[in-house]
Design a protein around this ligand. Sequence first.
Ligand SMILES: Nc1ncnc2c1ncn2[C@@H]1O[C@H](COP(=O)(O)OP(=O)(O)OP(=O)(O)O)[C@@H](O)[C@H]1O
Ligand SMILES: [Mg+2]
Length: 253
Amino acid sequence: MFKLDKISKSFDGTQVLKPCSLEFKTGETSVLIGPSGCGKSTLLRLLAGLIQPDLGTVFFENQPLSPASLIFQRRRMGYVIQEGGLFPHLTALGNITLLASRLGMTPIDVAKRVEYLASLTRLPMELLNRYPGQLSGGQRQRVGIMRALMLDPPVLLLDEPMGALDPLVRYDLQEDLRAIIRSLKKTAILVTHDMGEASFFGDRLLLLNVGEIVQEGHLDDFITKPSSPYVTRFINAQRMPHLIARTAGEACQ
Ligand SMILES: Nc1ncnc2c1ncn2[C@@H]1O[C@H](COP(=O)(O)OP(=O)(O)OP(=O)(O)O)[C@@H](O)[C@H]1O
Ligand SMILES: [Mg+2]
């Protein structure tokens, strides 16, 4: 679905993504995980074509992302922006339907799709006329997911879609989002700080550290075959007691 060929990215002379080549397969859920500032959102924005690499090429469905085709390529990617990214001056419904209406979807088809997505994301329909400022964090995230799914894209790019939610709301949203990704057979690339969340979603985890992917694979590989002490430190810092015990046990052997 995506292929990154020797891409790198700098801002103001600082390299925030070191040269890397990477693929994301159709139907797979990949999770980008790592500490704040390590380049997770930058990588996602490169995939979405919102920023361009300094060097290298991003291929989407075997075509390079290019200014000429980007507008069509972007419609095939649903993007949930970090911290929601809803337009505050539009209602939830306005946010969800903005692009579909502009693209000429009929009001009847828009209404049907909204009803379907509201039931899928379990957002009560009566909330759709509220502005983002009148919704809870969890409700806003559900609106963001509905917006990303509106054009039924094959790909979902999700930048911390659980944001800063309390554990119970987060738990419910994780369950719903994973069920949605699976039932609709989407290719998903999700960003999180949280190892528990990463392993709940991901077929494949990619752990970053200062602009570099330091390890990819299953959580088990991270625990039993860490590529560096950083990987073990990152897992231990999550304070997941069962994982700390296992890594500590291995360190003693
Ligand atoms: N437009 C920009 N201009 C300058 N620097 C930027 C820009 N966008 C990101 N950066 C820098 O690039 C680095 C990586 O940022 P990025 O947003 O990708 O981190 P992140 O891993 O998503 O962090 P967080 O978990 O806090 O969201 C940071 O040092 C950030 O300050
Ligand atoms: Mg980020």
